[in-house]
Design a protein. Structure first.
Length: 740
């Protein structure tokens, strides 16, 4: 019986291999096929005794990764071979020298890069996930294909992680949303980005994901017939103009719908452009731009466009290489529909990103946006002296940033991330120009260095040989290139000042009978809430630490031992008031937060970024100086914390009901009708018996806006309160806000 199963499995493996060759984006020569076959044979033999958690033969994973690399990313034979071999050195007896002997240097180099990444990910001694990401990004210095294959590997792992423990699923999904999806976006792999985001949401917010998927299924038929209705009218006009084209209806991704619901504070039903229409046309290269605008004209003859939602990425392509015209039109029944117009060449670049970009670039001399970005990234990686988390945060911001297009004094166009300043522009021209910037003019007018640029601005940089960057400059720039260069220059000055500061600190502490050693340095860094000893010595050198502060530290140090014992006795004493809370007759009256699998009762504080209240889904985060902070699962910072500091996350949940009370803030909007304020306070105070801590109401031109801070015992009461407020005649929307 087992033999029949193995025979069946071998047939399935052979079938997968044939499929891999068939779906390859690149044309494969006889030599290419030989290379892929050899890699396949080596991988099959190396993984022959391995099985995945699902029970299937392990070889199905490298083949699946190779299929993504071949069809969705569009790499050639070298990339496909490396994808087949990507786990061989890490997981089997095959060594890197075996790969170097059997294959060409390029395949060996890619496998080595992928092996390095795997080792980084599994290194439990690395203090932060961010350091792992920095090391992974360093492989871009060798060959960008390493990252592309890693993206395919991550996509297949995300597609097949049902068998994993829930905490592992959340960690992997958080990493995916934090860095891998933005990387896919930056490399122009929009399909892969969309899949990674949707799968990331599936595991980080499963209830919301399933809810959106279910609602999309319910409305799918209606949406499709609506899209067909619009398409038929446009098709008729395009046929009359004898344009060769294909029209595709494209549903928005689950993740993008969720993001719109959060950003616009709306329900699923209120997200207006859940479907998009894509028109892909065939043409000669010299007619490409002309035809795009002709199709735009045809579409807008039938449907009125929204002037604020036209995006022309044909005249100024994104730095990812993406080109298209996007417009939003008012369709039948008063609904907005997004229409994307692109040629088959543009469509290929949008689908395959990096690979298609280089297929069409052959013979071109102009450096592409993607090349420029890769060079900037290499520069940032080589020069970065910032800590890993800062580096990854800066890098991530530049991955997803929307772009603006500005001009030099000579009329050359430059692409910068949205939010970039005039000082960012100076550094984008050249680092040395940035460092010597004395002032900037935008459209002929002198502006501050932190002036935020808009598309179409023309910028002139005024330099001076005596100019030097200051600490304030780090607040004036947003791009990682500018930040890294400023930090590097500042660090050179800082180190000199810090050396003097250390000597000064040593002398002053000696007078206070404290010896400067490693322990004292660490205590002082924590005492002044600094990050490193360099910060401490630098502040000492510039005189920002006063003598009285050092005296206070020395006095506290002498009392530390006594305080430690006092706290120990206080915490462990069974006679404290806290111990009474655990008695059955009292505990039923409290909402308690417990931590970990054993449901320990620990000291904690509620984070101000998301203000959790009893009943919210939460997790604990162990901080360095402030103990355990409790965050909501959907806190804006959750993905970053779970990805960068997975080892500091602890399970947390509320138990029991509560007599304790918590503050929640509600934003209320509606139509300003007579008696609305009276009705609102009646529902909150009289009917629900909820205390109002503060209330701020205003009405303008028939619109009512209010913010009410209420004191509630738990999430269930808050939900009931929101539902009851929504029932008041004239109330349009009630939302909870998380910042005071």
């Amino acid at each position: 019986m087992a033999e029949i199963d193995i025979e069946k499995e071998n047939k399935a493996i052979a079938q997968e291999y044939k499929e891999l060759l068939r779906i390859s984006y690149q044309k494969l020569s006889a030599d290419d096929k030989k290379l892929i076959r050899k890699a396949f044979d080596v991988a099959v033999e190396a993984h022959q005794n391995q099985r995945r958690k699902s029970g299937e033969a392990y070889i199905f994973h490298p083949i699946a990764v190779a299929k993504i690399v071949a069809s969705e990313i569009g790499l050639g034979a070298t990339g496909i071979a490396a994808a087949l071999l990507h786990d061989v050195v890490e997981d089997t007896a095959t060594t890197l020298s075996d790969i170097e002997t059997l294959f060409n240097p390029k395949v060996a180099q890619l496998v080595e890069g992928l092996t390095k990444i795997s080792q980084v990910q599994k290194d439990l001694n690395v203090s932060m996930q961010a350091e792992n990401f920095r090391k992974m990004l360093l492989t871009l210095n060798d060959d960008v294909r390493v990252i592309l294959i890693k993206l395919a590997d991550r996509l297949h792992n995300m597609q097949t992680m049902e068998a994993m423990a829930e905490y592992k699923q959340v960690k992997i999904a958080s990493e995916t949303l934090y860095i891998y999806a933005p990387l896919a976006h930056r490399l122009g792999l929009y399909n892969i980005k969309m899949k990674l985001e949707d799968l990331g949401l599936k595991y980080t917010e499963p209830t919301i994901y399933q809810e959106i998927v279910s609602k999309m299924k319910d409305t799918k038929e209606e949406q499709e017939s609506y899209i067909n209705e619009i398409s038929q009218l446009i098709q008729k006009s395009l046929d009359e103009e004898q344009i060769e084209y294909v029209i595709k209806g494209r549903p928005k991704s689950v993740y993008s719908i969720r993001r719109k619901m959060i950003n616009q504070n709306v329900r699923f039903e209120e997200v207006y452009d859940k479907f998009a229409l894509r028109i892909v046309y065939k043409c000669k290269s010299n007619d490409e731009k002309f035809l795009a605008w002709k199709i735009y004209s045809i579409v807008t003859d039938h449907y009125r466009p929204s002037p604020s939602r036209l995006r022309d990425w044909i005249s100024s392509p994104k730095s990812t290489g993406y080109e298209a015209l996007h417009l939003t039109v008012m369709g039948p029944k008063g609904r907005w529909v997004e229409v994307q117009i692109r040629s088959d060449r543009m469509d290929e670049i949008a689908e395959k990103g990096y690979a298609a970009h280089y297929k069409y670039k052959q013979g071109a001399t102009e450096e592409s946006g993607l090349d420029i970005w890769l060079n900037l990234l290499k520069e940032a990686l080589e020069n970065s002296e910032s800590n890993a988390v800062d580096f990854v945060e800066d890098f991530k911001m530049n991955l997803y940033a929307k772009e603006i297009f500005v001009f030099t004094p000579k009329g050359e166009i430059k692409s910068l991330p949205k939010g970039a300043t005039s000082l960012d522009f100076a550094f984008s021209i050249h680092s040395e120009i940035g460092v010597k910037t004395r002032g900037t003019r935008v459209n002929g007018k002198l502006v501050p260095l932190n002036f935020e640029l808009k598309s179409g601005d023309q910028i002139e940089v005024i330099t001076s040989p005596n100019q030097k960057p200051t600490m304030h400059w780090l607040d004036y720039v947003t791009t990682s290139r500018a930040k890294n260069k400023i930090r590097n220059v500042l660090n050179e000055n800082t180190k000199k000042i810090a050396e003097d500061g250390k000597e000064l600190l040593q002398r002053k502490l000696k007078h206070l009978k404290v010896t400067l050693n490693e322990q004292v340095i660490n205590e002082l860094v924590n005492y002044f809430r600094l990050k490193t000893s360099l910060d401490l010595f630098y502040r000492m050198g510039i005189g920002s630490i006063e003598n009285q502060q050092l005296k206070d530290y020395a006095a506290q140090k002498s009392n530390t031992l006594m305080n430690f014992f006092k706290n120990k006795i206080k915490r462990s004493s069974p006679n404290t008031a806290d111990a009474d809370i655990h008695k059955p007759e009292i505990s039923s009256n409290y909402d308690m937060l417990v931590f970990g699998i054993d449901q320990d009762k620990l000291d904690y504080t509620l984070s101000t970024c998301c203000s959790p209240i009893p009943g919210d889904d939460v997790f604990g985060f162990v901080t360095i100086n402030e103990g355990i902070k409790v965050h909501k699962r959907d806190c804006p910072n959750a993905i970053s914390l779970q990805s960068n500091y997975a080892y500091r996350i602890i399970l947390a949940k509320w138990i029991d009901s509560s007599q304790q009370e918590y503050k929640a803030i509600l934003n209320i909007t509606g139509m300003d009708t007579l008696g609305l304020t009276n009705e609102l306070t009646k529902v909150i105070s009289n009917n629900m018996h909820v205390n109002i801590q503060s209330i701020s109401l205003s009405g303008e031109a028939g619109i009512f806006n209010g913010q009410v801070a209420v004191i509630v015992r738990n999430n269930n009461i808050l939900k009931r309160l929101i539902d009851n407020i929504k029932k008041i005649d004239g109330i349009e929307k009630v939302t909870r806000v998380y910042k005071n």
